[in-house]
Design a binder for this molecule. Structure first.
Ligand SMILES: [Zn+2]
Length: 265
């Protein structure tokens, strides 16, 4: 779909507010949140720009191995949210891996790799493409959920959230899609990814009213009033090798201040 060529890529680092500890021991740490799209080998018909959103299988494996070999521990969205809400701790180098759009390649190619390397991840699904060619089926989504992966919402049909004008738009795109995914998985859907990373305060209000716990953008500025609903991600380019991925993680200017006493080895 055309939407997959457009950026839904965001560089994410968790935007946790700085919190004062008893001894003022505050440390700046990065919590990279990676955003992948398709995971499959390139075809001759894939344009250079479309390959930005398509990571070859072997490259994806190298990314996963490089993260592991450099000390990163994949965490779930729930772990991040609990951490921000002072309900949990994180490993010393956490990383959250996310997938947008619901491409079947994520199930066919990424799923077994994630299982092999014991990687946690979140899959943000848009409802309209479920059971359509090249996208995941209801059963595949259920499989991912049953295996322990988190399933998040990515709207009904990938319309930018900032374009919604009437209440019915919000309900259809943010609430109906949430309920549909909940019916498929049998689990509460608590996380949301903004198509194209675009959001505004009105959208956040609706997400909160509908029971979402967090929402992920791309590289936009985090809202200090709603850090959990403007979490930034790194859009992983399909052309990046493993060393480039690590450089991109290291070069990000997005940092987060957290308690050192919450930073667990
Ligand atoms: Zn998308």
């Amino acid at each position: 779909m055309k939407h997959s060529i457009i950026a839904c890529i965001l560089f994410f680092c968790l935007s946790a507010n700085a919190r004062q500890s008893a001894n003022n021991s505050i440390e700046t740490v990065k919590i990279p949140i990676l955003c992948y799209h398709q995971v499959r080998n390139w075809k001759s018909t894939d344009s250079k720009s479309s390959r930005t959103y398509i990571i070859p299988v072997e490259t994806f494996i190298r990314h996963i191995v490089a993260l592991r070999d450099n000390g990163y521990t994949p965490v779930s969205a729930s772990q991040l949210v609990d951490y921000v809400n002072d309900k949990g701790v994180l490993p010393s180098k956490p990383v959250l891996i996310t997938f947008d759009d619901g491409s079947e390649s994520q199930y066919v190619n990424a799923f077994p790799i994630l299982v092999r390397y014991k990687i946690k991840a979140v899959f943000f699904i848009m409802s309209v493409t479920i059971d359509h060619q090249r996208f995941m089926t209801r059963k595949q989504i259920k499989d991912l959920s049953d295996y322990g992966f988190e399933i998040g919402c990515h709207t009904w049909d990938h319309q930018p959230t900032t374009k919604y004008t009437i209440e019915a738009d919000y309900q259809h795109q943010l609430l109906k899609s949430k309920k549909d995914l909940g019916q498929i998985t049998g689990r509460q859907v608590s996380y949301f990814a903004y198509p194209y990373g675009s959001w505004n305060v009105e959208v956040i209000k609706h997400l909160q009213a509908y029971g979402y716990k967090a929402a992920f953008q791309l590289s936009g500025i985090c809202d200090k009033q709603a850090p959990l609903f403007t979490m930034q991600r790194i859009l992983v380019d399909g052309h990046w090798d493993a060393s480039r991925l690590l450089k991109e993680i290291n070069r990000t200017s997005i940092n987060h201040l957290i308690h050192t006493d919450k930073y667990q080895d």
